[in-house]
Design a protein around this ligand. Structure first.
Ligand SMILES: O=C(O)CCC(=O)C(=O)O
Ligand SMILES: [Fe+2]
Length: 183
């Protein structure tokens, strides 16, 4: 099994602009909260759920086929649905936005069934420094390409992080594909 798969041009620059504009017009909330407690050592970002944004449905329509194809060529996991809302995150240099090492599988109803994680780079790489998406599948840490519209697809159990943004702002879109829990 390969540690991750990249899909260049999963979204166009115009798609990325459209998603960012829609999220900016809505309310974002602090993502550094775990059961009401602040956990900014782990994550400092603002997030919005795509399901809460009017006309966000086209994004899922666009991504589902690409993800299913990537799964067939690279992972061959048993996938059954994409029912969880996608998430848009904003990592700003004003508070060194970041997300520490973590896996996306957890105890929640959806989090327990996550099989593949998909992160799309929504920002132009010239707009920020830091903010690298890093993956740690084995003894080596790999860095996901930064190009705008590129999707990185990886098993949801794989450790990953976003390093602190030191200049500008990085936007990302994260989706999950679900299926019977890994065992
Ligand atoms: O923003 C990113 O690049 C990663 C987001 C992430 O890891 C998550 O939402 O679980
Ligand atoms: Fe994650």
């Amino acid at each position: 099994m390969i540690p991750f798969q990249t899909l260049p041009d999963a979204l166009t620059p115009e798609d990325c602009d459209r998603i960012i504009a829609a999220v900016q017009a809505s309310a974002m909330k602090d993502a550094g909260l775990v059961r009401g407690q602040t956990a900014h050592h782990l994550r400092r970002a603002e997030i919005a759920w795509l399901d809460d944004i009017p006309e966000g449905a086209w994004v899922m329509d666009r991504m589902v086929g690409l993800i299913a194809q990537a799964n067939r060529t690279a992972f061959n996991f048993d996938l059954t649905d994409f029912g969880e809302s996608a998430q848009v995150a904003r990592y700003g240099a004003e508070r060194e936005g970041h997300f520490g090492w973590h896996s996306d599988i957890g105890a929640g109803t959806w989090a327990a069934k996550r099989k593949l994680t998909v992160v799309v780079q929504l920002s132009d790489p010239a707009d920020y420094d830091g903010g690298a998406l890093e993956l740690w599948p084995d003894s080596n840490v790999a860095t996901a390409p930064r190009q705008r519209g590129l999707a990185t697809v990886f098993p949801s159990f794989e450790l990953h992080r976003v390093t602190p943004v030191t200049r500008g702002t990085r936007w990302s879109l994260t989706l999950w594909a679900h299926g019977p829990a890994f065992r």
